[in-house]
Design a protein around this ligand. Sequence first.
Ligand code: SF4
Length: 694
Amino acid sequence: VIDHGVPNRSVVTTCAYCGVGCSFKAELKGEEVVRMVPYKDGGANEGHSCVKGRFAWGYATHKDRVTTPMVRETIHDAWRPVSWDEAIAFTADRFRSIQDKYGRASIGAITSSRCTNEEVYVVQKLVRAAFHNNNVDTCARVCHSPTGYGLKNAFGTSAGTQDFKSVDEADVILVIGANPTDGHPVFASRMKKRLRQGAKLIVADPRRIDLVRSPHIEAAHHLQLQPGTNVAVMNAIGHVVVTEGLVDRTFVAERCDSVSFARWEDFVAGEENSPEAVEGVTGVPAAEIRAAARLYATGGNAAIYYGLGVTEHSQGSTMVMAMANLAMATGNLGRNGVGVNPLRGQNNVQGSCDMGSFPHEYPGYRHVGEQGVRALFEERWGVSLDDEPGLRIPNMLAAALDGSFKGLLVQGEDIAQSDPDTQHVTAGLEAMECVVVQDLFLNETAAYAHVFLPGTSFLEKDGTFTNAERRINRVRPVMPSRTGLQEWEVVSRIANALGYPMHYDNAAQIMDEIASVTPTFTGVSFGHLDAHGSVQWPCNESAPDGTPIMHVGQFVRGLGKFALTKFVPTEERTNRFYPLILTTGRILSQYNVGAQTRRTPNSTWHQEDVLELHPHDADVRGIEDGAMVSIASRKGATTLRAKISDRMPQGVVYTTFHHPVTGANVITTENSDWATNCPEYKVTAVQVTLSNQP
Ligand code: SF4
């Protein structure tokens, strides 16, 4: 513990890490942060916190921070520190000449879920209004894009259905492909409290996560499925609900589309979806699936919580819709204690999606092809807009390799480390003529950049983050920007240099503009948030105090829509060369690729990623606990330390992805979700052998 002295002032702001969105009081002595105290009036955390928010903020002043803009002619040259004016002119000149040579669709941008709503909004506006195309995508592409697709299709909006408090009234909690203890600790504590009060727990996960058996908690059912078989398990649960007469007929008749329900009912009732039929492929005993289905359907209020173990699959969107089917069929929507709830990884995944970061949608999830919507934005922004959806991140990289995409602005994301199939990503970046990275540190992606625009940490930002329960929280500047500018100012200056006038005096004005063009935000302003603490969207004339629970009485789309969710096995198969399946996850003290947490005292709790494997799989390979092992896939290889663990089923290995040195994405594949291109991080066929490295 470092003693920073006695604080003499404080600022209330929001954590920089996960989608729980905890509020903190940053206590300062002069200009120096002394400590972060969880804020008791925080709507999402009510005075609680975890080791990331509490202790891992020192990266904001770490010596590795780059605070001066830099440019270079080629990626082989040394960086040259320059003024903001020169960096912005350099960026605009390069982008303009690329568009002159290759056409207006040859450049684009990626927004960040670590940035504020206001910062994200101006980047997508830069692309649409100044680049004159829709080539904007978000890092949510690689995490929760299937959530956006699936929930919009079923319910009419791309967001979780409940507030966190709702879990207090759940009787049955179904956790699928999430490890809340490590990934969403403050919400996990709330969930565990409810479980200790007697709520029943079902966990569907290949790994025996902490929640399955922890002090005073024992899951009623752990469906320890083979990676890649979520949809088969969920259809089998649906099969039991339908064939055993457990459908809530009243709810379905009143709230759902009858034609789509009838089709789904016929489909899941098919013998091929029975628990017995899928037992061989899922590895889950049929009796266990039957018992879990009965508990979910008859145990009272049943709530689903899920994470990237659902979305990061070739059938990620299908699985989101399969869960929505189950919740609708059993009437578990539209009140406290139920729902379909994505646990978002980054603090502003919800917000970055809300702000129009997808290449086919404006802020508020409205399609760029809708003439009336486009006319609204054209009128508000004073420019004519493209009606064709733009490129997604993987399409941008593919187009770069084809020679038609040449310029990219990357806001606060390290795609060279975080995106799958690293060699493909870096080859795409190398093929571009201008890569602009806006970040705190010279990350792996910056190695391929021509311009580095220093970003601001959460302690310098002024704006809002939106958490997993759609709660819009204020992010307040605790210290002055170390770069001299806010990120939205930098983006605005690029737009101006490209000839599109973009002027804001402060972040509050940007939120006012967001509210003026987004029907679910019309009641949101900094004034409202400062007066009320936080608010959950929709916040508008119909819901001036916000909306903790969605779809009460009626779904946003009107009638809830069932989807046919046929199970299609992943193309990633094991064989005698790659006989094991690798899946990935997080640990409590670290965050994503570790760019922030590795530069804080939290690194003492986790100094390397390790490979967990079942005792039998270790034994047959002569691997002892702690040995260095080589892990190889069809894409590449890396080296890790082995940890023998009975948390893993035989045939499945597991690692975290917090350290660049191990680079788990060197071995992940190009497979992705059929609807959204979200990468299939969770299923990679691998071989593990003893390494020669000490
Ligand atoms: Fe809260 Fe998540 Fe931050 Fe932990 S990392 S303090 S749970 S927002």
